[in-house]
Design a protein around this ligand. Structure first.
Ligand code: FRU
Length: 932
C-alpha cells in the first residue's frame, strides 16, 4: 500500500512538474511572441516618406547652408528620407534631375528652381502626378505648387534702396550687380530697389551688371569694365558673394575705400556676409534666411495631411555696423548650438543605431528562441504522437495476444472435452463389458459342465439375471442421455402426492439398508403434499441419489432423506455420512464428461448429469454439498403449483408412464460363495484385483476350486497384499479408481521382490494401443472383457507352468545369464552374492539372509521358491557344496580348512553332509575323475 501510494505520489509530482514546465514554456512563448509582435508593430505605425530636394548650388555657401538646414530639420523626422540632387549651375540638368527624382519615387518635391520660366512645365507635371511641390527661395512662372517659402525679395530690394539712399544722402553714383536675371529673386530685388531709387533722382544707377549670383562672374565682369566703373560711390549686388567679389576687384585696384559695398544674405560664418559686414568689407547686408528648416516642416505637415500656408514669407533685417556685432554673437551662438545639436544628433544617431542593432540582436535571439521553442514543441508533439501510436500498437498487440490466449484456451477446452468424451466412451464400454462378462462367463461355465449341482445352477442364473437388469438400466440411462443430448427430454407432469411417492422409493431401499446396517430414514413433517411432477423422471433422480449414497456409505453409516416445505418450494435432501467428494469432484459432480483425474464413474456421471437435466425440466434446482470423509448432501428444490409448466407439459395422472423399477443391487456375496477346497490341493496363490464386486466374487468363486484366491477391490490394497503374500500370479482389472492396473503392473515388475510374479490384465478396451500399453507395463497377458472363464483358467495354468520352467532353469545354475527379468536377475545376484560372502559363517541362515535382503522371511521363502523352485536353506546348501567341490578339486586344502571355509562347524559334519548329497565322501570326490 505504502509503495503504491509513494508511486502515485511520484506520478503526480512528475505530472505536476510536467504541467508546470508546459505552463512556463507557454508563458515564455507568449512573452516572446508579445515582444516580437510589439517590436514589429511599432514600425508600421510611422510611415516612411521620401522627399526629393533639388537645387543649383554652384559651390555657393548660402546653398550649402540651405542643405544643412534641410538636413538638420529632417533629423527630427527619422521616418523621412531625403533624395538630394545638385545641378551645379545648369537649369537643364536640374530639370532632368527633377524628372529622375520623380521616377525614383518621391512623396514630395522641394525645389529651388534655378530659373523661373524653364521650370514651369516640369513642375506642373510633377504637381499633376499628385506629388506635392514646395518652392524654396525662388519662384516659377506657374501656380502649380503647394507652398512657396522664401524671403520677401521685393521688400529686400526696397530695404536695400532705402539704405543706399540714406547712405548716399540722396545723391551719388551706384552700380547694380544682378543675380541671374531669369530668377525671381533677382527680378524682385531689382524691382524693390528701383521703387525706392525712383524717389531719389540724384542717385544714378550708372551700370547694371549681370553677376549670375556668382562671385567669379562678378570679378570677371567688373575687372573687364573697371575703368568705366571707378567713379562710383556704392556698389549693390543681389547677394553678398557677388558684392565681396566686386570688393576684391576694387581692392586690387586700391579703390575699395572710396566705394561702399552692399549685398544680400548676411550669412553667418567666417567668410560669409555677416563677417564681411564686421570686417567693413560690406557696408551693409540684408538677412536672407534659407528657409530649409521651414521647407521640411511644411513638407511634414503636407505629408501628414495637415494644412499649410501657401505663401510663407520669411522676415529679413538689415545688417550693418550698428547691429552686426550683436547679430554675429547671436549667430555664432546659434552656429555653436547648431553644431552642438548636430553633435548631439550624431550621438543620438549613433545611440539609435546601437539601440537598433541591439534591438535587432534581441529580436534575432528571441526569434531564434521562438523557433527553438516551436521546434521543441514540434518535437514534443512528434514524440507524443509516436508514443500514442506505440501505445495503440501495444494495445492492439495485447488484444491479439489475448485473442490468441482465448483461442488456445478454447482449443484446450475442446481438447479436454474430447479427452473426457473418449474417456467417457471407454468407460461406457467397460461398464457394459462387466455385466456382459458376468452373463457370458457363468453361462459358458454352466454350459461347459457335464453335471451341474442345483445350487450352482441357481447361483449362476441369479448372476446372469442381475447383470442383465444392470445392462437394461445402463441402456435406459444411455437412452435418456441421448434424448437429453438431442433436446427430446419432455416433462410429463401430473399432480400427485409427493410424500407418498418419496416414501415408496425410500421403502424400496430398506432391505439393502438392513443388510448393510445403514440407518435409512425419511424425515418429514409432511403427511401429504400435492405437487406437479413427472413421476418417471423424479423416480430416476431419487433412485440415482439413493443408489449413490449406498455406494459411498460404509456399513453402519446413515442415509437420511428430508422433505420440507419452503415458501413456494419443496426441498428434498438426500444426505449420507459416507466418503464424500473432493472439492474438484464436487464442483464437477453434474458434468457429464468430467471425471477429473479419476476414471470415469458412470453411476455418478450419467446419473447426476441426468438428474440435473430432469430437475431443470421441472424448473427446479439440484445442488450438492460434500466434504471428503464426512459425507454428501444432495438438495433438490421443486416449485409448488403448476403456473411454471407449459400446457403440453401437464398430463393426466393416469397417463404417467411408470416403468417397473429394476431390482435394487444386492450384495452378490450371499449367492456367490467360492467352493472351498482344501489348501493342499491348490495349484498356486492368485491375487484378484477387481473393483466390480460381482466380477471379483465370480472370479474368486470360479478360480477358487483350483487355486488359492485372494481378492482386493483396489490396486493399492492389491499391492499391499502382493508384498504380504508374494502370490504366484496376479489378475487385475485395468480401470480402477486410484492406482490403475497398468500402474500396478509397473510397480510389481519394477520391484525386486515381486518382479517374478506373472500379471494378467483384464480390460474392456479392445484397442490395440491399450493392449500395447499393458504389455509395455510388463503384463504377461492381456484379456479383454467379456472373457471366457475356461480360457482364463488355461492362461493361468500356462503362465504358472512357464514360471515353473524358469525356476528349473534358475535352479540348474544359480545365477542364470539368460531368461528372467532384470529385477529377477538382480534379486538372484544379490541373494547369491550375500550367501557366497557369508559362506564361512556357519550360523548364516534364512534369518540373517532375509535381514540383509531387506525382506521378511516369508517373502524370502516364497520368492526363492517361486524363482528357483527350491527352499532357501537348500539353496544355501547348494552353494556351500558347489564351493566345497571347487576347493576339493582346485586346491590342496585340508578337509578341516574346506569345512571351515564353506561354513560347516566340523570336518565330520562336512563329510557326512557331502556324502549325503553327492554319494561320495570329499576324499573320494577329490580323487575321482572330472565328470563331463
Ligand atoms: C545663392 C543666392 C543667394 C541669394 C539667392 C537668391 O545662389 O544667389 O545669394 O540670396 O540665391 O535666389
Amino acid at each position: 500500500m505504502h509503495d503504491s501510494a509513494g508511486w502515485s505520489a511520484r506520478c503526480c509530482t512528475s505530472a505536476t512538474s510536467k504541467r508546470v514546465a508546459v505552463g512556463l514554456l507557454s508563458s515564455w512563448l507568449l512573452v516572446i511572441v508579445g515582444l516580437f509582435v510589439s517590436g514589429c508593430q511599432s514600425k508600421p505605425e510611422t510611415r516612411t516618406y521620401r522627399i526629393g530636394f533639388s537645387q543649383c548650388t554652384g559651390g555657393d555657401e548660402w546653398r550649402k547652408t540651405m542643405l544643412t538646414d534641410v538636413k538638420r530639420e529632417l533629423g527630427f523626422h527619422p521616418n523621412y528620407t531625403l533624395l538630394y540632387e545638385d545641378a551645379g549651375n545648369s537649369t537643364s540638368r536640374q530639370i532632368s534631375q527633377v524628372q529622375s527624382l520623380v521616377e525614383r519615387g518621391i512623396d514630395l518635391l522641394i525645389i529651388s528652381p534655378n530659373e523661373s520660366k524653364p521650370f514651369a512645365r516640369v513642375i506642373e507635371s510633377v504637381f499633376r502626378q499628385g506629388i506635392p511641390v514646395i518652392l524654396l527661395d525662388r519662384k516659377i512662372d506657374s501656380e502649380s505648387y503647394n507652398a512657396y517659402i522664401g524671403g520677401d525679395n521685393l521688400q529686400l530690394g526696397r530695404m536695400a534702396g532705402t539704405f543706399i539712399a540714406n547712405q548716399l544722402k540722396g545723391r551719388g553714383r551706384i552700380v547694380e550687380v544682378w543675380g541671374l536675371p531669369s530668377s525671381s529673386p533677382a527680378q524682385e530685388r531689382h524691382k524693390g530697389l528701383q521703387e525706392i531709387l525712383q524717389k531719389y533722382p540724384a542717385i544714378e544707377v550708372v551700370k547694371e551688371l549681370n553677376g549670375q549670383w556668382e562671385r567669379d562672374t562678378v570679378r570677371r565682369v567688373i575687372a573687364s569694365e573697371l575703368d568705366g566703373l571707378k567713379n562710383i560711390d556704392l556698389l549693390f549686388a543681389h547677394n553678398d558673394v557677388m558684392a565681396m567679389g566686386a570688393y576684391e576687384v576694387y581692392r586690387k585696384a586700391g579703390l575699395e575705400k572710396q566705394i561702399n559695398f552692399v549685398g544680400i544674405d548676411a550669412l553667418p560664418g567666417p567668410s560669409a556676409g555677416m563677417q564681411a559686414v564686421t570686417n567693413g568689407v560690406l557696408k551693409a547686408s540684408f538677412l536672407y534666411p534659407t528657409g530649409g528648416e521651414e521647407a521640411i516642416k511644411t513638407a511634414v505637415r503636407i505629408l501628414e495631411g495637415k494644412s499649410v500656408n501657401r505663401e510663407q514669407i520669411l522676415n529679413s533685417i538689415q545688417v550693418d555696423a550698428s547691429n552686426v556685432y550683436a547679430l554675429k554673437v547671436q549667430s555664432d551662438k546659434l552656429l555653436a548650438q547648431q553644431s552642438d545639436i548636430e553633435r548631439q544628433s550624431h550621438r543620438i544617431e549613433a545611440l539609435t543605431q546601437t539601440y537598433t542593432s541591439q534591438r535587432n540582436t534581441l529580436y534575432l535571439i528571441l526569434a531564434t528562441l521562438l523557433i527553438a521553442l516551436l521546434l521543441g514543441g514540434w518535437a514534443l508533439y512528434l514524440y507524443r504522437s509516436k508514443q500514442i501510436a506505440y501505445q495503440t500498437l501495444e494495445k492492439q498487440n495485447q488484444e491479439i495476444l489475448d485473442q490468441k490466449d482465448e483461442i488456445e484456451r478454447v482449443s484446450q477446452q475442446a481438447r479436454v472435452a474430447t479427452e473426457e468424451k473418449l474417456r467417457f466412451y471407454s468407460y461406457i464400454s467397460h461398464e457394459f463389458n462387466t455385466p456382459l462378462s458376468l452373463i457370458l462367463t457363468p453361462t459358458e461355465d454352466l454350459l461347459g459342465k457335464k453335471s451341474i449341482a442345483p445350487h450352482e445352477l441357481k447361483n449362476g442364473l441369479a448372476l446372469v439375471q442381475k447383470n442383465a437388469y444392470r445392462l437394461l438400466r445402463l441402456v435406459d440411462q444411455m437412452l435418456d442421455l441421448r434424448k437429453s443430448d438431442v433436446g427430446k427430454q419432455h416433462l410429463r407432469a401430473s399432480e400427485q402426492d409427493l410424500v407418498a411417492f418419496v416414501r415408496e422409493i425410500v421403502f424400496d431401499f430398506r432391505r439393502k439398508a438392513e443388510k448393510q446396517r445403514i440407518d435409512l430414514q425419511l424425515i418429514t413433517p409432511l403427511n401429504r403434499l400435492l405437487l406437479w411432477f413427472d413421476a418417471e423422471k423424479l423416480d430416476k433422480v431419487l433412485f440415482n441419489l439413493l443408489s449413490n449414497a449406498f455406494k459411498y456409505t460404509p456399513r453402519g453409516g446413515l442415509i437420511h432423506v428430508r422433505m420440507e416445505l419452503l415458501a413456494d418450494q419443496i426441498r428434498i435432501q438426500v444426505a449420507d455420512n459416507g466418503q464424500g467428494m473432493s472439492s474438484d469432484e464436487r464442483d464437477h459432480a453434474f458434468d457429464l464428461f468430467y471425471s477429473g483425474s479419476q476414471p470415469f464413474n458412470l453411476a455418478k456421471g450419467i446419473g447426476l448429469a441426468l438428474s440435473m437435466e430432469f430437475i431443470q425440466l421441472h424448473r427446479g434446482d439440484i445442488s450438492v454439498q460434500s466434504t471428503q470423509g464426512e459425507g454428501t448432501t444432495f438438495t433438490i428444490l421443486l416449485p409448488l403449483g403448476n403456473s411454471h409448466l407449459k400446457s403440453d407439459e401437464i398430463v393426466p395422472a393416469s397417463s404417467q408412464r411408470t416403468l417397473p423399477r429394476l431390482p435394487i443391487d444386492e450384495d452378490a456375496d450371499a449367492s456367490l460363495q467360492p467352493a472351498s477346497l482344501p489348501l493342499s490341493k491348490r495349484a498356486g496363490t492368485l491375487l484378484v484385483i477387481e473393483d466390480n464386486d460381482d466380477l471379483r466374487t465370480f472370479l474368486t468363486m470360479r478360480l477358487g476350486g483350483e487355486f488359492e484366491v485372494i481378492a482386493e477391490p483396489t490396486a493399492e490394497q492389491g499391492w499391499e497384499r502382493t508384498l504380504e503374500v508374494i502370490p504366484d500370479l496376479i489378475i487385475s482389472d485395468v480401470m480402477l479408481s486410484g492406482m490403475d492396473g497398468l500402474q500396478l503392473t509397473q510397480r510389481v515388475k519394477a520391484d525386486m521382490r515381486t518382479a517374478h510374479i506373472p500379471v494378467i490384465l483384464l480390460t474392456a478396451n479392445r484397442q490395440m494401443e491399450h493392449q500395447i500399453d499393458g504389455v509395455r507395463a510388463g503384463a504377461d497377458m492381456y484379456l479383454t472383457k467379456p472373457f471366457n472363464a475356461i480360457y482364463l483358467v488355461e492362461t493361468i495354468r500356462t503362465l504358472l507352468a512357464n514360471r515353473q520352467k524358469g525356476q528349473q532353469r534358475f535352479a540348474s545354475d544359480f545365477v542364470s545369464q539368460s531368461g528372467g527379468s532384470r529385477e529377477e536377475k538382480k534379486f538372484l545376484n544379490e541373494l547369491t552374492r550375500l550367501i557366497e560372502h557369508n559362506l564361512s559363517d556357519s550360523s548364516f541362515g534364512v534369518e540373517k539372509l532375509s535381514r540383509e535382503m531387506g525382506i521378511s522371511r516369508v517373502q524370502l521363502y516364497r520368492k526363492v521358491q517361486a524363482q528357483l523352485d527350491r527352499n532357501v536353506i537348500d539353496y544355501i546348501n547348494d552353494i556351500r557344496l558347489k564351493r566345497a567341490k571347487f576347493l576339493l578339486r582346485e586346491t590342496n586344502k585340508s578337509m578341516t580348512e574346506i569345512a571351515t571355509e564353506t561354513g560347516f562347524s566340523s570336518a565330520a559334519y562336512f563329510t557326512t553332509f557331502f556324502k549325503q548329497h553327492t554319494k561320495k565322501t570329499p576324499s573320494e570326490y577329490r580323487k575321482s575323475p572330472i565328470e563331463a
